[in-house]
Write a protein that binds this ligand. Structure first.
Ligand code: DGL
Length: 308
């Protein structure tokens, strides 16, 4: 039976907006592109205001509103994916209240999937300070009470270090960035540990910040080959598909799919990260000034899209 849409409802051809404080949400975008290859995506990295994790709710809510307003007005999105655990924890409720007709999908640390796979019943959770301190996370933890033991670790500075490492710089700088990520990961995993499959050890590690997916190799080396690393990209992508299908808003099967990248910071850095982490054929990122408040925003004409 055809799905009837109200008059001003977005069309299936409209893009899906995705945002994060920076490059972290590319880990979610990658899963979205794999699940929904016919969709048009608009990705906004709020690098000019990153990191979110140590800034407090009021700041993150204000940024989330400014971004959502711009994605709706300037890009005409049909759905919004908040590809940031910190922004979801602080602002997803407020976003849904302000945009009741918009599909808003958030991400949360994958505690439930982790409970399903752990054998030792002990799970490490890495996330930002903001996510771990949020009421939303407290509820999630409460809902799983008695099902596993969680070692929670606020990873101050790690998202920022991963962000700094996004664009290739001079060799020495790259090396320094890599060492910083390594040192932070080592400090935080050893504070939670021990990891392993033996009784009493943490056998599952939740990557509760979308940035940490890009430190996966380092983390894998530190916790060992038998520990399961859990992130949320694929389930969030499947959930997004379900929500679009229910609303009759999936792009047609013959649509080619597309991606536009915007950054409130350095677009070259976002582009470099996208080239590294996404499928081939990524156009240059555009700079957008997006002050806090529901302003229309302003795309820099000199930095329009171009071939990668
Ligand atoms: N990538 C974000 C998250 O998933 C936030 C990182 C930050 O800006 O601190 O939590």
């Amino acid at each position: 039976m055809p799905i009837l849409r109200p008059m001003n409802a977005p069309a299936p051809q409209a893009p899906i907006g995705v945002f994060d404080s920076g490059i972290g949400g590319l880990s979610v975008l990658r899963a979205l592109q794999a699940e929904l290859p016919h969709e048009r995506f608009v990705y906004l990295a709020d690098t000019g205001h990153a990191p979110y994790g140590e800034r407090g709710d009021a700041f993150v809510i204000a940024r989330s509103h400014a971004i959502a307003a711009w994605l709706r007005r300037a890009q005409g999105i049909k759905a919004l994916v908040v590809a940031c655990n910190t922004a979801t924890a602080a602002a997803v409720h407020a976003l849904r209240q302000r945009h009741p007709a918009l599909i808003v999908v958030g991400v949360e640390p994958a505690l439930k999937p982790a409970v399903a796979v752990t054998r030792t019943g002990r799970i490490g959770v890495m996330a930002t300070r903001g996510t771990l301190a949020s009421a939303k996370f407290a509820q999630l933890l409460q809902s799983l009470q008695g099902q596993a033991a969680f070692a929670l670790q606020a990873c101050d500075g790690l998202a920022d270090a991963i962000e700094q490492a996004a664009a290739p710089g001079p060799g020495a700088e790259d090396k320094q960035n890599a060492l910083k990520i390594e040192a932070l990961c080592a400090r935080y995993t050893s504070a939670m540990g021990p990891f392993g499959t033996q009784t009493g050890a943490l056998d599952t590690l939740v990557l509760g910040c979308t940035h940490y997916v890009f430190a996966q190799e380092v983390l894998r080396r530190l916790v060992g080959p038998d520990v399961q690393l859990v992130e949320t990209g694929a389930p969030v992508a499947r959930h997004t598909r379900r929500r679009l299908a229910q609303a009759g808003l999936l792009a047609p099967d013959d649509a080619p799919g597309a991606l536009r990248l915007f950054s409130t910071g350095d677009p070259a850095r976002l582009h470099a990260a996208a080239v590294r982490w996404l499928q081939a054929g990524v156009d240059a990122a555009e700079a957008v000034a997006l002050p806090t408040g529901d302003s229309p925003g302003c795309v820099s004409p000199s930095l329009g899209p171009g071939p990668a």
